[in-house]
Design a binder for this molecule. Structure first.
Ligand code: HEM
Length: 273
């Protein structure tokens, strides 16, 4: 086969190198809509896209935690910053689902059965890294050994915030001992001593490393809160106050979830600066 010298290569012995790297053939054949509604594909693909972003964000927060354990705050902040770009891309992917009407959503909703994003293991990994942990959240995944094992491992690892506080303690900041030695497999509970520590950091030099780390984490927290809020509004538009397919009260339950602050003392400390 002959073609222009400045044109792309057309001949490959096997699959294309692009395919070998991206696995696009696999990726674009993972969509199995359950209804005839033409809008269902966008719902399914948006969900899959979000799963992929969750995966990348978990990877960034893991990296950030590892860097903090090595007392490399700049390496950690680089990973946190990447995650904020990815969180913005994640949040932008609400757009195709943000305008659903209840009738439209109904045309494939029943096909979802008891399926719900609540059962997303990768989202759960994100929440575990943010400190919202509980062994009971492993229960839905008993039927998937690999997923279960990964989640169980994540449950017993320190969350990102634990790594932050341990790092700051090693830098000489006054983090209470009971916070540093907490049972990391349980939910992180806000502590007045940590609030005081952040208030002190925020009253100080904006160029100082703990201050900049605090701001990087605040950015992450705000973007996670925006995801929850966009999800809440999309849900309210699509199904009003109906119960969720996952068995919860629906919007009322999501409102409670969205009201929780990520890295709580970074928000409450602001009242004391
Ligand atoms: C407009 C479409 C959507 C509606 C109406 C909706 C509705 C709901 C509802 C009612 C819940 C509460 C649990 C339940 O009872 O099911 C929930 C949870 C959840 N949904 Fe959605 N959802 C939508 C789209 C999505 C998408 C695209 C994702 C992406 C993966 C997603 C991820 C989640 C997650 C992770 C939770 C659990 C949140 C938590 O644990 O705090 N949802 N959703």
């Amino acid at each position: 086969m002959s073609h222009d010298h400045d044109a792309p290569t057309l001949d490959f012995a096997g699959t294309t190198p692009y395919e070998d790297y991206v696995h696009a053939d696999v990726l674009t054949h993972l969509q199995q809509p359950l209804s005839d509604d033409p809008g269902e594909l966008a719902f399914l693909v948006t969900t899959q896209v979000m799963e992929l972003w969750f995966t990348v964000i978990v990877h960034e927060w893991h990296t950030a935690g590892n860097r903090l354990r090595e007392d490399d705050p700049y390496g950690a902040m680089e990973a946190l910053q990447r995650s904020t770009y990815e969180l913005r891309a994640l949040n932008a992917s609400w757009e195709p689902l943000a305008h659903l009407t209840p009738a439209r959503f109904n045309s494939y909703r029943s096909a979802l059965g008891e399926g719900s994003g609540f059962q997303s293991a990768m989202y759960r990994r994100m929440e575990f890294l943010l400190g919202d942990k509980s062994a009971s959240l492993l229960v839905p995944h008993r039927g998937s050994p690999r997923v279960y094992d990964e989640l169980e491992k994540a449950l017993h690892e320190p969350c990102l915030y634990d790594e932050v506080l341990r790092h700051l303690a090693r830098q000489g900041l006054p983090v209470p001992d009971e916070v540093l030695t907490r049972d990391v497999s349980g939910r992180y509970e806000p502590h007045p001593g940590v609030e005081e520590m952040w208030a002190r950091v925020y009253a100080g030099d904006p160029q100082a490393e703990p201050y900049r780390l605090g701001e990087a984490l605040t950015e992450v927290a705000e973007l996670v809160w925006r995801w929850r809020n966009d999800h809440l509004v999309a849900t309210r538009r699509a199904m009003g106050a109906k119960a969720g397919t996952g068995g919860s009260a629906g919007v009322a339950w999501l409102e409670k979830r969205a009201a929780k602050q990520v890295f709580p003392e970074l928000w409450t400390a602001r009242s004391h600066v």
